[in-house]
Design a protein around this ligand. Structure first.
Ligand code: F6P
Length: 323
């Protein structure tokens, strides 16, 4: 027997492409004759019963191109407690939702696992700009975020070249350096600092690169720093003091989370949303949708959460040779 009602929510930090994913869940479900309920403001809205019936595919019209999430999102502290998870599970049952599709990052996956332990059918789709979900090679929002970061780095390159300065730019990623690594490579950074590689966060090593640049006649340098590494203001101050070259710090911040999603984000989001509905329709639950080796697959949610991700060695090594 196929499911009657599917629920969908976005949770954690928003990511460009979440709307395309919501659209895909809604439209694929309606196409298959499954009822849809949208939960507003993530798990927070679930607990407080902020749930909308969607019986019209037009509900998700004109959003494929929009950043953010029309369902709104939140980081829900209550979901980290057993009591909160039980409240949320009750809300799912009360709303008559047979399967809840959660679009979000690592914290949202953990919330979904608690729900599944409380008897809720859940499916998870990776939606985070951080690319830090180990079970998948792609997370919705990453391509848009690195493209935004790269654009900003390009602009900083213009001004730092003109002024013969060092630009120290902070990109997002409290615990993960993927945005820094990819945007750094794409933007031609001289130094890339990531939380996963604390040994690189060494002011002598950084100044060494800046000084070597100066020695070969390159009077500007670009240092890309992931948020979780430390203060870009402090790095800029130290570099200026030690090398005698003016340095400026820039924090890109939340602008990396906004903007219209790239084609890659829209397509991955559409595919993963549609696939989630197909999996629900096969009565398979507690699954994490993943993109691996060029294919969409699904794996057990708990297994997905327990996997760990490390920075690709080849990519890291090559990034060092590109300076
Ligand atoms: O997880 C996505 C992310 O943008 C991280 O890169 C960043 O560290 C964090 O969210 C910021 O969270 P908030 O918007 O809650 O400040």
């Amino acid at each position: 027997m196929s499911i009657g009602t599917i629920g969908v929510l976005t949770s954690g930090g928003d990511a460009p492409g979440m709307n395309a994913c919501v659209r895909a869940v809604v439209r694929t479900a309606l196409y298959k004759g499954i009822k849809v309920k949208a939960i507003m403001k993530g798990y927070q809205g679930l607990i407080s019963g902020d749930i909308i019936d969607i019986d019209n595919r037009r509900f998700v019209s004109e959003i494929i191109n929009r950043g953010g999430t029309i369902l709104h999102t939140a980081r829900c502290l209550a979901m980290t407690t057993p009591e909160g998870a039980l409240l949320a599970a009750d809300a799912v049952k009360k709303a008559g939702i047979d399967c809840l599709v959660v679009i979000g990052g690592d914290g949202s996956y953990r919330g979904a696992l608690e729900l599944s332990k409380a008897g809720v059918n859940v499916l998870c789709i990776p939606g985070t700009i951080d690319l830090d979900i180990a079970s998948t090679e792609y997370t919705i929002g990453f391509d848009t975020a690195i493209t935004t970061a790269m654009d900003a780095i390009n602009k900083l390159r213009d001004t730092s070249t003109s002024h013969d300065r060092v630009s120290v730019v902070e990109v997002m990623g409290r615990r993960a350096g993927y945005i820094a690594l990819w945007a750094g490579i794409a933007g031609g950074a001289d130094v890339i600092l990531m939380p996963e590689k604390p040994e690189d966060n060494n002011i002598d090593k950084i100044c060494d690169v800046v000084n070597k640049n100066k020695d070969i006649g390159k009077t500007h340098s670009l240092i890309v720093v992931a948020e979780g590494v430390g203060s870009v203001e402090e790095i800029a101050k130290q570099v200026q003091e030690r090398t005698g070259i003016e340095a400026r710090a820039t924090i890109l911040g939340h602008l990396q989370r906004g903007g219209y999603p790239t084609a890659l984000d829209r397509v991955h989001a559409s595919m993963m949303g549609g696939i989630a509905v197909e999996i629900a329709n096969e009565n398979r639950f507690s699954r994490a949708i993943c993109y691996k080796n060029g294919r969409y697959i699904d794996i057990d949610l708990e297994e997905a959460i327990n996997m760990t991700k490390t920075i690709d060695k080849t990519m890291y090594d090559i990034s060092k040779m590109l300076v």
